[in-house]
Design a protein. Structure first.
Length: 188
């Protein structure tokens, strides 16, 4: 993400679209974290022949599979498809609007420059700079916002979902000790 006095106006101008995009991104990330729970039910049902749904132990049958696993999975997939469509339209659409507005302002500024300026600076090199800089701003405004908030939301939600479990602490400890042993092995 980029900030500055010239680009902050676009955050405010596109705030409704960006907030809708952030909301849909949050919904998609929450839905993504529901899928492993459904996989757990399938694996437990196949291995044990029983599943625990809402505190009730049920025999793993086709009806239980359809009602408690397949139907929720279909709704989750539909939520994710709609949510991903929304955040793509919101983030990338606002990035294109920012790029178009900046392109218009740069063109207006270029028209007002003197002929002496264009005798010293080549038009082709200026156009190349404009194109590259505008593409970079569009990528930062679209992809940058998406990647930053997706990593933030998904990381925090995953840690909250795992928080308090001994397995999480063990996994974090093992990851750290594996990294430490890998670094020691590389130093040899």
């Amino acid at each position: 993400m980029i900030f500055g006095k010239y680009i902050n106006r676009y955050y405010l101008k596109n705030a409704p679209a960006l907030l809708l995009g952030l909301l849909s991104l949050l919904i998609v990330d929450i839905a993504q974290l529901m899928i492993p729970e459904l996989y757990r039910l399938v694996i437990n049902g196949v291995n044990l022949g029983k599943v625990v749904v809402d505190g009730q132990t049920l025999t793993f049958t086709r009806e239980v599979l359809f009602q408690n696993i397949c139907l929720p999975m279909i709704w989750i997939v539909l939520m994710m498809v709609i949510g991903r469509f929304l955040w793509r339209v919101c983030f990338f659409g606002s990035a294109v609007c920012v790029q178009a507005d900046l392109r218009e302002r740069m063109f207006d500024h270029s028209r007002r420059l003197s002929q002496q300026y264009y005798q010293v600076n080549k038009v082709g090199s200026l156009m190349s700079l404009y194109t590259n800089d505008l593409d970079t701003v569009q990528e930062c405004f679209g992809d940058g916002i998406l990647m930053f908030f997706d990593a933030l939301f998904l990381g925090v939600l995953a840690l909250l979902k795992m928080c308090g479990f001994k397995l999480t602490l063990l996994a974090l400890f093992l990851r750290r000790s594996c990294l430490a042993s890998a670094l020691l092995w590389v130093r040899r």
